[in-house]
Design a protein around this ligand. Structure first.
Ligand SMILES: [Ca+2]
Ligand SMILES: [Ca+2]
Length: 419
């Protein structure tokens, strides 16, 4: 399943969306060879336009991942020998190979990257491909073979393009090619955590000078995503990285420590299991009633095991207008609990979602608590999605079946009747 499309030079439009942020870490690497489909787009000066692959220009959230405009964005030698990594005045990453071959790649931390900088990897769920724009070399070798690759997940699993298609991509000296590597052959868990992407240059004979103009993800993107379902099979023992973020005094068994203490997964609750905790009534702080605040990161947080947050990464929710928390409260008749939905984004900036005030009656029924993302900042670089419950008089058992991003306009009927 290899497709080639030949187009003229300079046809690629720029998609630039980026926000400042911080967060991230680095770790070990791995170099297992896996497989991957690949399509090639060859930018030849004389070619016919034969477009078998069309990136969606109207998709909500494909991003430029690297521009190399004034920085090498921390790209580094992965293995083998890569020399003189730099950037040029035309906004291209530049490097050399001495003939022995080697791999150059993002350094796992999105250093100074235009999209989710310092993120320690990106979640490309819902997108279709990663494109390496205008890769080129000049040198005495008439051709040099290249493999494109990604590294994924906690093990930094190496997924090279050549194993699947049966051969490398052949470059001709002085001829740029833009290479599109589809994400569809990665596992969903790998797409959700692409830690690095790079170029593996096979051995050749003479010194060669290389350049790369840009790396980007291609759409279309999702219009709906279940950010968490809290099933027993969900990552992080079902918790999906949710933790008590603040005001933990109001959550039974938490002890006011940022942790998962006091939270449990109830396999019998909700559609497929639900998060559960007891919100203590009558808790105050500084004279004001408080409830607990929960937050979730992205990707098998293992919060209790890895409190430095290494295993989570930002989420791009810029393609959703709304976030739902599907909740149920059980308690005395007439009781209810209010809440504010929030995100922390672009470097943990705390922002409440807009929309109607959220109130959860303690009637034992499921209710969809919806907040609106419109107008918030850094929604393509979200570290935390959260809910901050308010104080209330008596203890309530609260369950959360799921957290969902979507674009459906909220209806008047918020009750979620599945039983
Ligand atoms: Ca560039
Ligand atoms: Ca659920």
């Amino acid at each position: 399943m290899i497709s080639f499309s030949l187009t003229g030079p300079g046809e690629s439009s720029k998609l630039r969306i980026g926000k400042p942020a911080e967060c991230g870490d680095s770790g070990p690497e791995d170099a297992q060879t896996g497989g991957m489909q690949m399509m090639l787009r060859l930018n030849h000066f004389l070619s016919l336009a034969l477009v078998l692959w069309v990136g969606s220009a109207l998709a909500q959230s494909p991003h430029v991942l690297n521009t190399f405009d004034g920085t090498d964005e921390g790209w580094e030698q992965g293995f083998g020998t890569i020399q003189n990594i730099n950037y040029d005045e035309n906004g291209r990453l530049t490097w050399e190979t001495d003939g022995s071959g080697g791999a150059i790649r993002d350094n796992f931390n999105n250093l100074n990257a235009i999209f989710q900088p310092q993120a320690g990897g990106v979640d490309l769920t819902g997108l279709s491909a990663v494109e390496f724009v205008n890769v080129m070399y000049t040198g005495d070798d008439p051709t040099i073979n290249v493999e494109f690759f990604m590294q994924c997940g906690v093990g930094y699993t190496y997924k090279g393009s050549s194993a699947l298609i049966g051969h490398d991509v052949q470059f001709v000296s002085g001829v740029p090619q833009s290479i599109t590597v589809p994400l569809s052959v990665l596992l969903p868990t790998e797409i959700a955590w692409v830690t690095s992407w790079g170029i593996n240059i096979r051995a050749h004979t003479a010194q060669a000078q290389w350049s790369l103009e840009e790396v980007r993800s291609l759409g279309p993107s999702l219009t709906e995503r279940y950010i968490a379902r809290f099933t027993p099979e969900s990552p992080d023992n079902g918790f999906q990285s949710v933790f008590v973020n603040f005001n933990g005094d109001a959550i039974q068994g938490n002890g006011n420590v940022q942790s998962q203490a006091g939270l449990s997964i109830n396999p019998a609750a909700g559609v497929d299991g639900a998060l559960e905790f007891v919100s203590l009534g009558g808790i105050t702080s500084g004279g004001n009633g408080i409830g607990g605040a929960l937050s979730i990161g992205n990707g098998a947080g293992k919060f209790s095991e890895v409190p430095n947050d290494y295993y989570s990464r930002p989420t791009d929710i810029s393609n959703y207008q709304f976030i739902d928390w599907m909740c149920r409260a059980t308690g005395p008749e007439g009781e209810s609990i209010g809440a504010a939905l929030f995100i922390q984004s672009g470097g943990y900036n705390y922002q409440n979602l807009g929309g109607q005030p959220v109130n959860l009656p303690a009637d034992g029924q499921w209710h969809k608590l919806t907040g609106e993302l419109t107008g918030l900042n850094f929604v393509d670089n979200v570290e935390r999605i959260g809910i901050n419950f308010y104080g209330h008089p008596t203890d309530l058992t609260i369950q959360v079946d799921h957290i969902r991003g979507h674009n459906d306009q909220p209806t008047d009927v918020q009750n979620w009747s599945l039983y």
